[in-house]
Ligand binder design. Structure first.
Ligand SMILES: [Mg+2]
Length: 353
């Protein structure tokens, strides 16, 4: 039996602030974006703030009207990232089969140290306690036999809890939830499913597979599986390398599309061969454009995790097309991919040779 944990730090940014700011510990506290207060949004808030109806994603102005004298702090990503590194290092100590999902979330496969739900619960309690004691940060943990259900369980464990969903209970656990709550269903998909008449996860679970396939392609089939609590995907170890990029300065500044696109293709091929050497897939492509006055533009776009040269070239060309200043000469061009993942068990070419 596979046993997987999803560890999700509770109200992470504010929890980090609470570590260094005693005021934040005793007051409703909100971390928002930068100084643009009129247009900023709430990134995270603590449970004190939630009592007043404040939620992440909400405009700061609205949060202010709900609780004027709450503590409003600007984000400090560098600090949160340094705390995140400590958390991830602790989790890694616990199991080397670990996939970082974001700064405050990670999957861990513990099938090698737990053989049943009770042992998994004990292991999760131990890890949770360790994170709290060593770092002072609260987290919640979901436990199940696949990543999807571990994630869904964790939502119910919040805040500061541990929740197991056994394989045999997965369908029941999901069935009354609104479809929008299902992992992987964003706003657009939710609206589409609702238009098709699927309001709850249970209704989606019993959907006609042919019909949903016609409507949504292979994603439709995936969704029915998810709604039934089925997910075969592996815990994929995060890589140490964060990105791979190449850039080149033109011999003569140019605005010639053919010359530029040829260079984008060449750079993409170099990046791609480096990716393959390491056995990585990627998620994000970034283009860098430098003009003769040394001003620069960096633009990125993310897609699903993939390992295709065409996607790099296509995205890089598109990003250039959309963001380069009309007919202005370019001095230097760069292509970079990030969001790298290496499949567990897949060795890099370097390791073979
Ligand atoms: Mg979190």
């Amino acid at each position: 039996m596979r046993l997987i944990l999803l560890i999700d730090m509770d109200y992470f940014f504010v929890a980090c602030e609470e570590l260094r700011n005693s005021e934040a510990r005793s007051r409703p506290t909100i971390v928002g974006t930068g100084n643009a207060e009129s247009r900023g949004v709430v990134m995270t808030c603590n449970y004190e703030a939630r009592k007043y109806g404040i939620r992440s994603g909400m405009p700061l102005s609205q949060a202010r009207s709900l609780k004027k004298d709450a503590l409003f702090l600007p984000e400090d990503f560098e600090y949160y990232e340094s705390e995140s590194k400590k958390v991830m290092a602790l989790i890694k100590e616990f199991s080397d089969r670990m996939e970082e999902v974001s700064v405050d979330e990670a999957f861990v496969e513990i099938s090698n140290r737990a053989s049943n739900y009770e042992e998994a619960f004990e292991a999760a309690s131990e890890l949770k306690k360790k994170i709290k004691e060593r770092l002072g940060l609260p987290c919640s943990i979901g436990i199940s036999t696949n990543k999807l259900m571990a994630k869904m369980a964790c939502e119910k464990a919040k805040p500061d809890g541990i929740k197991i969903v056994k394989a045999e209970d997965a369908k029941d656990f999901l069935k009354d939830m609104p479809v929008g709550k299902l992992y992987g269903v964003g706003i657009k998909t939710r609206e589409r499913l609702e238009r098709l008449g699927y309001m709850t996860v249970g209704e989606l679970a019993n959907a006609n597979p042919m019909l949903l396939r016609d409507e949504l392609g292979s994603f439709g089939t995936e969704l029915i599986n998810s709604a039934n609590g089925i997910d075969e995907s592996e815990v994929i170890e995060s890589s140490e390398i964060k990105s791979i990029g190449r850039e080149r300065t033109f011999e003569i500044d140019t605005s010639d599309k053919n010359v530029i696109n040829a260079e984008i293709r060449k750079l993409s091929e170099e990046v791609f061969s480096e990716l393959m050497k390491n056995g990585f897939s990627f998620k994000t492509v970034t283009i860098k454009i430098r003009y003769p006055d040394f001003s620069e533009r960096l633009k990125s776009r993310s897609i699903r995790q993939t390992r295709s040269l065409d996607e790099i070239v296509l995205l890089a060309e598109k990003l250039f097309e959309e963001n380069a200043e009309q007919s202005r000469k370019v001095r230097k061009i760069g292509v970079r991919v990030s969001g790298l993942l290496r499949q567990k068990g897949q060795k890099s070419i370097a390791e073979f040779s």
